[in-house]
Design a protein around this ligand. Structure first.
Ligand SMILES: Cc1cc2nc3c(=O)[nH]c(=O)nc-3n(C[C@H](O)[C@H](O)[C@H](O)COP(=O)(O)OP(=O)(O)OC[C@H]3O[C@@H](n4cnc5c(N)ncnc54)[C@H](O)[C@@H]3O)c2cc1C
Length: 401
C-alpha cells in the first residue's frame, strides 16, 4: 500500500537516539516514501550516556558510541543530512526552514531536537568552563583533564556526579557544589541521595551541598575559581557546569506549534496534525501518572521515537504510556530507577541491604508502589518492573484499585 499523498516526504529533525528510532520505525513499518533525517551535529546519531562514562574516562573511542555504522542510512534509504540546522517552521505551508536559506517541504514531521545544557548567567566566556552534552564537549573536557586540573563540578545531578566519579578515578581533585542539601534527591529520594553523597565522600570527592554559586573568577581569560554564596572561592582550573538542560525549541517559537517546556504533545506524541515529537524535547500527558511528563532518559528517547513514528505513519494507533526508566553509573555502582520516586516518599528496602552495597528499594504513593530503585542489582530489579507496570497502569490509577 502506498502512503497517503501527504506522507510522500517525512522529515525527522534531530539526529539523536529518538530521531534514529523514528526513521528506523518508519521504514520497518512500511513507509516507502522519501525520508530525511536532519541534524546540526557533524556526526550521525550516537549514544550520549558513554560521554560522561567510558568516553570521558578514555576507555572508549568516539566510533564506539555511534549508534549505527554510516552505511546503515544508505541501506535504509534515509537522506541523512548532518551539519544542518533547522531554523524555522511554516506550519500552514508545511515547510521547514534550514540554515543556508534552504526550505524543505514535508508531509509529516517528527521533531526530536533534544535539549541544550543550561549555562551560568555569569560565565563571561572564560576558558576552562565546560558543559557536557555532545561529543565535542566530551572531547574538550577529556583534553582538559589530561592537564590534571583542579576540577569543580557545579551541579550534583547524575551528570555532574558521573563526571566527578571519572575525575576521581583518574586520580584528580574534584569538588562538587550544589544548592540542594542532598545530591540527586529529586531523582532518587532523600535516603538514596544520602547514600550517593557518602559514595562520593568515601572516594575523596569534596561535596559542598546546600550552597549556591554566585560567580566565577578568572585571570587572563581562564577560569581560576568558583565563588560561593558565602563569599568563599574554590580554586579551579576546570569547571563543569551541570545544572540541567532546556528543550531545543527555539526554532519553533515563531510557528503555531504548542511549545512550553518542550513540544507539548497529546497522548499519541502528536503536537498538531502531521507533526509529532519524541525524546528529551517532547512532553505528553501521562495517563499512568496523571500529569504531563517530559523525560531526559535514554530509553525513553527510543521508546517514544518508535511510538511517535508509528502514530505519524498509521494515524494515532498507540497511546504513549511508558514506565520511565533511567540508570546512572558512578564508580562501580549502577543505580537504576523504574517508575518515579515521589517527593518525600519513604524508601522501603525490598531486598538486599544498603550496608552491603546492593539492594532494591520500593517507593509508594497512595498505597501503591510507583517506583523501584536498584543499587547494584541489575538482574533483580527487572522483576519489579512488571509489578510497577501493573500497579501504575492507568486503569488502576483511575479506579483507585
Ligand atoms: C553526557 C550524558 C550522559 C547521559 N547518561 C544517561 C544515563 O546514564 N542514563 C540515561 O537514562 N540517560 C542518560 N542521558 C540522557 C540521554 O542520553 C538522553 O535522554 C537521550 O540522548 C535523548 O535523546 P534525544 O534523541 O531525545 O536527544 P539528543 O540525543 O539530544 O538528539 C537531538 C539531536 O538534535 C540536534 N538538534 C537540536 N536542534 C536542532 C535543530 N534545530 N536542527 C537540527 N538538529 C538539531 C541536536 O544537536 C542533537 O544531535 C545522558 C545524557 C548525556 C548528555
Amino acid at each position: 500500500m502506498s502512503p497517503p499523498e501527504r506522507l510522500e516526504h517525512i522529515v525527522v529533525v534531530g539526529a539523536g537516539a529518538a530521531g534514529l528510532a523514528g526513521v528506523e520505525t518508519l521504514r520497518r513499518e512500511g513507509f516507502t516514501g522519501q525520508l530525511t533525517l536532519i541534524g546540526d551535529e557533524s556526526a550521525p546519531p550516537y549514544d550520549r550516556p558513554p560521554l560522561s562514562k567510558q568516553a570521558l574516562a578514555g576507555t572508549w573511542d568516539f566510533p564506539q558510541v555511534l549508534l549505527r555504522p554510516t552505511h546503515h542510512y544508505a541501506e535504509l534509504d534515509v537522506g541523512l543530512r548532518t551539519g544542518r540546522l533547522a531554523i524555522g517552521l511554516d506550519l500552514p505551508q508545511r515547510r521547514l526552514r534550514l540554515d543556508q536559506g534552504e526550505q524543505l517541504a514535508f508531509g509529516g514531521l517528527l521533531i526530536t531536537t533534544g535539549v541544550a545544557p543550561r549555562r551560568l548567567p555569569f560565565d563571561d566566556g572564560l576558558k576552562g568552563v565546560h558543559v557536557l552534552r555532545d561529543e565535542q564537549d566530551a572531547a574538550e573536557l577529556r583534553e582538559h583533564l589530561r592537564k590534571e586540573p583542579r576540577v569543580v563540578v557545579i551541579g550534583a545531578g547524575f551528570l555532574g556526579l558521573e563526571v566527578a566519579a571519572v575525575v576521581r578515578n583518574l586520580g584528580m581533585d574534584v569538588t562538587v557544589v550544589d544548592p540542594q542539601p542532598v545530591p540527586m534527591e529529586r531523582q532518587l529520594g532523600r535516603e538514596a541521595g544520602t547514600l550517593v553523597a557518602a559514595l562520593h565522600r568515601d572516594r575523596g570527592v569534596r561535596l559542598r551541598t546546600g550552597i549556591g554559586v554566585t560567580g566565577l573568577v578568572g585571570s587572563s581569560g581562564w577560569v581560576t575559581g568558583v565563588r560561593l554564596s558565602d563569599g568563599a572561592v574554590l580554586d579551579a582550573d576546570c569547571v563543569l557546569v551541570a545544572i540541567g538542560a532546556t528543550p531545543r525549541v527555539e526554532w519553533l517559537r515563531s510557528s503555531a506549534l504548542p511549545v512550553a517546556d518542550g513540544v507539548e504533545c497529546d497522548a499519541f506524541c502528536r503536537a498538531v496534525p502531521g507533526v509529532y515529537a519524541a525524546g528529551d524535547v517532547a512532553s505528553w500527558p501521562s495517563a499512568r501518572y496523571g500529569r504531563r511528563m517530559r523525560l531526559e532518559h535514554r530509553m525513553n528517547a527510543t521508546e517514544q521515537g518508535i511510538v511517535a513514528a508509528r502514530n505519524l505513519l498509521h494515524g494515532n494507533v498507540e497511546a504513549f504510556d511508558p514506565l520511565p526508566y533511567f540508570w546512572t553509573d558512578q564508580y562501580q555502582v549502577k543505580i537504576q530507577v523504574h517508575g518515579v520516586i515521589p517527593n518525600g516518599a519513604e524508601m522501603v528496602i525490598a531486598e538486599g541491604d544498603p550496608a552491603d552495597g546492593a539492594f532494591v528499594a520500593l517507593f509508594h504513593e497512595a498505597g501503591r508502589p510507583v517506583g523501584a530503585l536498584g543499587w547494584n542489582k541489575p538482574k533483580d530489579i527487572r522483576r519489579y518492573r512488571q509489578e510497577l507496570l501493573e500497579s501504575t497502569s492507568s486503569e488502576v490509577c483511575e479506579t483507585g484499585a
